[in-house]
Structures are given as C-alpha cells and as structure tokens.
Design a protein around this ligand. Structure first.
Ligand code: ATP
Length: 299
C-alpha cells in the first residue's frame, strides 16, 4: 500500500501547485479591460523607445504621485514619486510589506495605477506599447526562474542568437564563469541534478546574466529575501556594479549592504516615500533608515 499511497500524496501536491498557478493566471486575466495595451501600428516598424543621455534633464524613468491598491481593495502605494536618471543606480528599501516589489510590478505595467503616472523618457507609459517598454527593461524577480536544461539554453531564452563570446561575457559579469568552466561540457552543462546545482544566489545571477544579454536600458531587480551567505552577497554586489556599467538600475533591496553605494536610496514605509538620498545623507536625516541600517550593523 505504501507505494500507491506515496503516489497519491505526490499527485495531490502537484495538483495543489497547479491550482495555485491557475489562481495567479486568473488574477492576471481578471485585470481591468482599460488596462489594455496600446497597439503597435499596422504596417509600421515596431516602436523603439528613446533612451535619454545621462546629461538629459528628462529622467529615463519617473514615478509621479503613483497610487495603487490590489484588486482586493487594500491601498498599497500612495503619492509615490521618484526618478531614475539614465545610467544611475537607485535602490528601494523599507520594512517588509512597505510596497517595494509592488513598485517594480507597476513599472513593468502588470497592474493599472489608481493615481499618478509612470513616465519613460517623459512619456506616460500608458501611451506606449508595452512590448516596446519591455524591450528596454529587464526584470529579474526574487525567485528567478531557472529552467531544466543547460546553462546555454537558460541564457539564450530571450536572445537565441547570442554568440558563445557574448554568453561567456554575460557569465563573467555575474561571476559565474568558474561554475561553468569546471565542467567539460562548458556552456552545455545541464542545470540541476545532472549538472551544476545552482544555489539561490547563483540562480538569480544566472537570471541577471540572461537579462543583460538583451541589453536593457533599465534593469529592475528584486533582490532575494532568502538569506544569502557572505560570499554570495559580495558576488551580488559585484554583479550589480557590473550590471550598472552602461544602464540604469532600480533595485529592491532587502540587504542595505548590497546597495550602499547607490546614487539614490528611496525609503518606503507603508506605501509612502518617507526619505531619499545617499546612504550617508539618510543615516543623518532618516530615523527609519538609521533603524534599518543599525539592525543590519551598518552604522
Ligand atoms: P517584502 O520586503 O516583504 O518583499 P515589499 O515591501 O516588497 O515586501 P510588497 O510585496 O510590494 O511589499 O507588498 C505590499 C503590500 O501589498 C503587502 O501588504 C502585501 O500583502 C500586498 N500584496 C502584495 N502582492 C499582492 C497581491 N498580488 N494581491 C494582494 N495583495 C498583495
């Protein structure tokens, strides 16, 4: 009886996982129809969005008085305003539940705003085809998905034509060359039980490498909440520095240590921006930031 019973339990677990995924699909399908996308114009080549230069007074991305509540009605963000100038590194920090990940979801256009606007190079993103916007942005989630398959397949998901040289360069940017070099299969080493077993930190760095291959002008990154060991934390910090070389970065940070050298740190509390500045400015001016920094032994 034991074996069939085990199979029943395993099928039940799979069914529950499937139902969870179905509920999320239904949530997306139930979105407001007004949230419809701007169509690309037939017969015209796809819209390519402008990327301002660092000297341009118009920021690459701007949130202006953004308000939002999830479909279940609870208000989550209110009057959120901040800018990400081209080429800059901006971090969002704050207590759990403050609304940090929600900000990234709104920038990606997953939900309609209830107030304010998100602008790309000065244009309201509601006036832009979402595909054009996403072509300029990379989004790496907290639980970065890594596919069963090889390192190459994972990297080439969005850029199937990327050359081996480009794949190795992307791996070097995220500090993963060593992991792949150790296998005689090189880029064709499988990920998972049969090949390189990637840790949480390494999975996210592989997802960042995949995203960098599309050369986004803005990389949105939701740092993993799960604890990273000191080595992986250091590697993530180095990865962010490499990723910021020729693009803007908006990072949701759970560890202040990974974003101390950001150009600007925006502090969110209960859905509002309560302070913003550099680490040193905030340690002097924001009691909440000082509290977060003290709890993480940074001051
Ligand atoms: P953490 O640091 O724990 O990741 P956060 O600052 O990123 O938190 P969010 O994940 O943006 O916070 O969540 C903000 C609020 O919105 C929370 O109260 C959360 O419960 C709620 N929330 C998040 N996602 C959803 C959703 N899909 N549906 C309904 N409420 C949600």
């Amino acid at each position: 009886l034991i074996r069939p019973l085990g199979e029943v339990i395993s099928s039940y677990t799979q069914l529950q996982t499937g139902l969870g995924a179905l509920a999320r699909v239904q949530e997306v399908l139930a979105l407001d129809p007004e949230h419809d996308d701007v169509p690309e114009r037939p017969g015209r080549s796809p819209v390519v969005l402008r990327v301002p230069s660092a000297a341009d007074p118009v920021p690459l991305l701007e949130l202006d008085g953004v308000g939002f509540g999830y479909p279940d009605g609870t208000p989550v963000l209110s009057g959120v305003s901040f800018a990400v100038p081209a080429g800059s590194r901006v971090a969002l920090v704050g207590p759990s539940g403050a609304g940090k990940s929600t900000v990234l979801a709104l920038v990606e256009g997953f939900y309609p705003l209830s107030a304010g606007a998100v602008r790309w190079a000065g244009t309201d993103t509601r006036e832009l085809p979402r595909a054009a916007l996403r072509a300029r942005m990379g989004y790496v989630e907290q639980e970065a998905p890594v596919l069963a398959g090889t390192v190459r397949q994972n990297l080439q998901l969005a850029t199937p034509d990327a050359t081996d040289e480009q794949l190795w360069a992307a791996l070097a940017d995220v500090g993963l060359t060593g992991v792949v070099e150790r296998s005689p299969l090189g880029l064709d080493v499988p990920v998972g039980d049969d090949g390189v077993l990637l840790s949480g930190g390494e999975r996210q760095r592989l997802a960042i490498a995949r995203s960098l291959l599309s050369r986004p002008a803005l990389l949105l990154l939701d740092e993993p909440t799960a604890s990273l060991d000191a080595r992986n934390e250091g590697l993530l910090r180095d990865t962010l520095a490499a990723a910021a070389a020729d693009r803007a970065l908006l990072v949701v940070a759970h560890r202040l240590s990974t974003v101390l050298d950001s150009d600007r740190i925006v502090v969110l509390d209960a859905g509002r921006v309560v302070a913003s500045g550099t680490h040193h400015e905030l340690v002097d001016t924001s009691p909440l930031y000082r509290e977060l920094a003290t709890a993480q032994l940074l001051v």
